[in-house]
Design a protein around this ligand. Structure first.
Ligand SMILES: [Zn+2]
Length: 385
């Protein structure tokens, strides 16, 4: 006898897998549960050994098959006004509350519950469960999982579905993310003697102004308007820090910004523009004042956009089974970019609403919980049986 869906969900929500914590207790539980359902289970540790990816296969493991993918980590609950314990599943008024109910432990529970129903069926192609760590802090687990599968000579899955919360809409693309830190070094001095110092905040102002100009220019290069609410590359300066007192010329200023680049565009475009502006104009101006002054750019994160070509088999089947007429774009970043780059055609389609994700009192509706099971069964039947 398998575990009932809600019992599974209760168990998964009970593990505090906030990204900064170890997920090994959850991985242990999943490994034992899935081995009990006759799956071949591999766990692959993170570099520091505090976390692990889990890769479990039902059916012939020397063939491609279908990968059902999701992340095990959740975002923190610190400072959020929860009315219930976020790590205890609470059922109320056709909703289930708890951290991870929408993003995205309900999908994991649905996949586990569903594969158990197939354990005695003769699958022609395998179904794999690929559960990762550290998605919420940079998709590090997924990137490592792809390396680990290749290193252990796994046959790569022929297609994948990531069950991020889409209310069972089908997404086949999303924007990329690049973030960078620009550090400006000036020369400090008394505010009354400006020529003795180099103010580090003034170049920061010029750079930020340039970033707004680049964004305005990108806004005129719209593409994929049917798919995106903001069909152009957006830029956000998120952190600006510099100076210590009004009578001191600041010797340091730091800008941290990110941009979300459209599929089909050069993901380096914004970076190249701002680097060019700094190299040709801002740094030479600064150096002219004092050679000790300088500007450094450090890339903090690079995530490619995701774009699966239209008309793939996995997209077609997912559209048909969910009753959608067309696929669209996710308004957020996912591990799909990494899986697609690894050569696995991937779409995003899962239970729950992204509007509930990352919030206090996160929930999933009973309807979304129940709807996943027949859909996943039909999917496995179509692709693997
Ligand atoms: Zn997620």
């Amino acid at each position: 006898m398998g575990l009932e869906l809600i019992e599974l969900e209760r168990k998964l929500i009970g593990f505090d897998t906030v990204s900064r914590n170890s997920n090994l207790a959850m991985v242990d539980f999943l490994e034992n549960t899935l081995k009990g359902f006759d799956l071949r289970v591999q766990t692959y540790a993170s570099e520091d050994g505090r976390k692990a990816n889990l890769y479990a296969t039902l059916g012939p493991w020397d063939k491609g098959g279908l990968m059902l993918a999701g992340h095990m980590d959740v975002v923190p609950v610190d400072g959020q006004a929860w009315e219930t314990d976020p790590f205890t599943l609470v059922a109320q008024d056709d909703r289930y509350y708890g951290r991870g109910t929408a993003d995205m432990k309900s999908f994991l529970a649905q996949t586990i519950h569903t594969v158990e129903q197939f354990r005695h069926k003769p699958l022609k192609l395998p179904v794999h469960l690929a559960f990762t760590y550290d998605e919420e802090v940079g998709c590090w687990g997924a990137a490592r999982l792809m390396e680990q599968l290749k290193a252990h000579d796994h046959v790569m899955p022929a297609c994948a579905i990531i069950g991020e919360p889409t209310n069972f809409q089908v997404f086949r693309m999303h924007k990329g993310i690049t973030s960078a830190k620009i550090g400006i070094t000036g020369i400090e001095g008394h505010s009354g003697k400006p020529e003795l110092g180099v103010n580090a905040t003034y170049p920061a102002a010029r750079i930020i102004q340039k970033l707004t100009e680049i964004e305005a220019e990108r806004k005129n290069h719209r593409s994929l308007e049917a798919f995106f609410e903001y069909p152009y590359t957006t830029i956000n300066v998120g952190i600006l820090q510099g100076g210590t007192a009004v009578n001191i010329i600041p010797n340091r200023c730091e800008i941290r910004f990110e941009y979300r680049s459209m599929p089909g565009e050069d993901p380096q475009y914004v970076l190249k523009q701002i680097e060019g502006f700094i190299d040709e104009i801002v740094r030479p101006d600064l150096k002219q004042r004092d050679d000790r002054a300088d500007i450094q750019i450090e890339i903090e994160y690079r995530g490619a956009p995701m774009e699966l070509r239209p008309g793939s088999e996995v997209e077609r089947i997912a559209l048909e089974l969910t009753g959608n007429t067309r696929s669209s774009a996710a308004p957020y970043y996912t591990e799909g970019a990494i899986y697609n780059q690894a050569g696995i055609p991937t779409i995003i389609c899962g239970p729950g609403d992204i509007d509930q994700a990352h919030r206090p009192n996160e929930f999933i509706t009973r309807e979304q919980m129940d709807r996943g099971l027949p859909l996943l069964s039909a999917l496995i039947e179509r692709i693997c049986l």
